[in-house]
Every structure is written in structure tokens, then in C-alpha cells.
Design a protein around this ligand. Structure first.
Ligand SMILES: *Cc1c(COP(=O)(O)O)cnc(C)c1O
Length: 384
């Protein structure tokens, strides 16, 4: 085949949900497109139902929800926040912006989640919080981490960007921490381009969170008729998304089951069809511990080494399949070195898996022919 005939499977393609275009039109026509309009309330209600959280505040991104969590924790310069090195930089950034020090802990080699056995040794008298990330939507060891945070009087924050719709021992991911954050970036399971949410599981945080989200004012109370004018109360910023984005998100959330069904079909298709090839080639597939129900956020493979990982990505690319690596360690990143600290013992597992991991295309509209194409491309690679 000539390159122009070659079928290309992108790493991600956004799904247009059933009512999305209608809701967008409706949002634009409703005469007001700023934040906290009717669609924002609808999306927040759907999020509360999905996560069991009593309070969901839509935000402009997961990054911004993390920034709100850092303000809510009243972090002081020099306070420490424990988090995995194997994650997106937004978690570290949010706390570093408050002058706090991210303390990077290694991940488990099986789930790639923070290694719960290493957390306690990283706790000092400056530690204020632990941030967990459920990698690929597979729950961290929440009973152990929950017990640790309680015993040491620390706040627990879940960066649940991958985990919406996932469960740990029957309980929704995002419902364990005093706060958790969601992302609706276009690469996530449900999306509105750029968007996020802060879920508050501790009712005591709600009033202040509303103020922080509204430029430090009590404007939310004003709109509910609880005060007769709104004033500057606290520090904060503008973390409200437009109701147009909330309209897109509402439609996506309403289509959640359909989206999830298709993503699970693709995830399980890869998992089953690639098992023999993986075993023969010394490639590891994802490990899902008992008690974890994941939302098929991503499908990854661990190649034996960096050389094979790079060659594998090139091999797939030459067959029209866009596969990609993932997180690079935060503890060795320039800003990680400058603003953070690595827990003693370092993060050897993080450094190792960051070099070996590949993510395959996974999106709701990946059809059977696409899947066959990806699987064939993978199976023609021989690890050397
Ligand atoms: C995507 C992602 C974020 C950032 O989300 P935005 O909504 O783009 O700010 C944060 N943390 C994790 C783990 C993510 O995957």
C-alpha cells in the first residue's frame, strides 16, 4: 500500500455523544453562556449520582481543581505533600504554586499506582496531605492508604482524572478522599475539550470551595439569595467553566454507559487477543487486582526495555497505528528537582516503567476493523 492508502488509527478520537450538538445549540441560545448556568447544574448532578459525592463543582480543568484543593488545604511554604512520581505534573504544580514541597514516592510494578508500602517512610512532621492517582482507573490500595492518612492526621486527595466510573471494593473512585478531582480534557473518557471538577466529600469544605472558585467572593451565595451583595472574602481565582462547555459535558455524561460499553469492548479485546503475543515476547499486560473495577481509561503494554519500546512505537507507526508513551518521572524533571524532593530510596520502578510503557489507541468509536488493524500491527512486532 502507498502511504496515502494506509489506514491510520489515531491514538484518540473524540466521540460526539447523542445530544451533544443539540445541547450546545441550546446553551448558546439560552441567552447566557457564563458559568453556573442550567447545564452546569445538570452536569454536577450527574457527577454526584455517578460518584456518590454530595458536592461536585465544575471547574475549567482538573489542574484547576487540584489548585483549588491546594488552597483549601491552607498549605504553607515548606509543607509537604506526598504523591507518586509516576503521574501528570498538575498534581505537583498545584501544591508547588502554594509553596509546598511535593515529595515523590515510587509506584508498584504491577498496577503502577503509588506503592502504599513506601508512603509511611516518606511522612515527616511537615507532611500535610497524600495525593493518590488511580492509574488507568485501577484503584490504589485505599484501605491501607486511608488508614495511614487517618493515623497521621493527613488530608487525602484523589486525583481521579482516570477513574470516573471505577470502583474499589464496591465503592466509587473519587469518594475516598476529603476531595477528589476529575478531568474532562478531550483525552478522557467523557470530555468537553477542557474541563474538570472538584468533588467534595467533606461537607465542611464546600462553603470555602465555592468562594475560591468564584474569585474569592461569596457570589454563589448572592445568586442563591443568601446575601444581598457579594464581596471579596478570601483568595481565589476564576475556576468556573462556561455553560457551553457544561452543555457538551452534560451530553457526554448522559451517554456514559454507551461510551463505557464501547471502551470496555476495546480494552477486553486487546487484553484477550494480545495475551499469547505478550507472553511469547516478554511483554506485560495490565494487572487488575481483585476488588478493582476500572473504567477502561487506557490500555498499556510494558515492553522489556527502552530500545524495544521505541522500536515498537515506530513499528506501529509504520503500520498506521498511533501509540504513545506516558508519564515521565516527576522526581527527575527539571521542576521536580527544583520544587520537589524524592523520598529516600528513590523511584527506581517509576524510572523503569516510564521507559517501557506504550499506550494503544483506545476510544469509544474504535470499531472492530480498527481493533483488528491494531492487533495485527502489534502481533507483527517481535521483541529482540
Ligand atoms: C489529564 C490529567 C490531569 C489534568 O487534567 P486537565 O483537565 O487537562 O487539567 C491531571 N491528572 C491526571 C492524572 C490526568 O490524567
Amino acid at each position: 500500500m502507498s502511504p496515502t492508502e494506509l489506514k491510520t488509527i489515531p491514538f484518540n478520537r473524540t466521540h460526539i455523544s447523542e445530544n451533544e450538538l443539540n445541547y450546545l445549540t441550546e446553551a448558546v441560545r439560552q441567552g447566557s453562556t457564563s458559568g453556573d448556568g442550567p447545564f452546569t447544574h445538570r452536569a454536577a448532578r450527574l457527577l454526584r449520582e455517578m460518584t456518590g459525592s454530595n458536592h461536585a463543582l465544575l471547574t475549567t480543568s482538573c489542574t484547576h481543581a487540584l489548585e483549588m484543593s491546594a488552597i483549601l488545604l491552607d498549605l504553607r511554604p515548606g509543607d509537604e505533600v506526598i504523591m507518586p512520581s509516576f503521574t501528570f505534573m498538575s498534581a505537583a504544580n498545584a501544591y508547588a504554586l502554594r509553596g509546598a514541597v511535593p515529595v515523590f514516592v515510587d509506584c508498584r510494578p504491577d498496577t503502577l499506582n503509588v506503592d502504599e508500602r513506601l508512603i509511611e517512610a516518606a511522612i515527616t512532621d511537615r507532611t500535610r496531605a497524600i495525593v493518590v492517582v488511580h492509574y488507568a482507573g485501577v484503584g490504589c490500595a485505599m484501605e491501607i492508604i486511608g488508614e495511614l492518612t487517618e493515623r497521621h492526621g493527613l488530608a487525602l486527595v484523589e486525583d481521579n482524572a482516570h477513574g470516573l466510573g471505577g470502583f474499589y471494593q464496591g465503592r466509587p473512585l473519587g469518594s475516598f478522599g476529603c476531595m477528589s478531582t476529575q478531568s474532562f480534557h478531550e483525552t478522557k473518557n467523557v470530555q468537553c475539550g477542557e474541563g474538570g471538577a472538584l468533588l467534595l466529600n467533606d461537607a465542611g469544605l464546600v462553603a470555602r470551595a465555592e468562594i475560591i472558585r468564584e474569585k474569592g467572593t461569596d457570589r454563589s451565595r448572592f445568586f442563591r439569595g443568601q446575601v444581598d451583595k457579594y464581596r471579596w472574602i478570601d483568595i481565589g481565582s476564576s475556576y468556573l467553566p462556561s455553560d457551553v462547555l457544561a452543555a457538551q459535558l452534560t451530553s457526554q455524561l448522559e451517554s456514559f454507559e454507551k461510551i463505557q460499553f464501547r471502551r470496555h469492548t476495546a480494552w477486553h479485546g486487546y487484553h484477550k487477543e494480545l495475551a499469547d503475543w505478550a507472553t511469547k515476547n516478554g511483554v506485560s499486560q495490565p494487572m487488575i487486582p481483585d476488588g478493582c473495577a476500572h473504567p477502561a481509561h487506557l490500555y498499556y503494554l510494558l515492553l522489556p526495555d527502552l530500545e524495544n519500546r521505541q522500536a515498537f512505537i515506530s513499528h506501529l507507526s509504520s503500520r498506521g497505528v498511533q501509540a504513545t508513551f506516558h508519564y515521565q518521572p516527576l522526581h527527575t524533571a527539571p521542576a521536580g528537582v527544583r520544587y520537589g524532593r524524592v523520598a529516600s530510596g528513590g523511584c527506581p520502578v517509576t524510572e523503569d516503567v516510564a521507559d517501557r510503557l506504550v499506550r494503544l489507541p483506545l476510544f469509544a468509536d474504535l470499531d472492530e476493523a480498527d481493533m483488528t488493524h491494531v492487533i495485527d500491527a502489534v502481533q507483527t512486532y517481535r521483541v529482540s
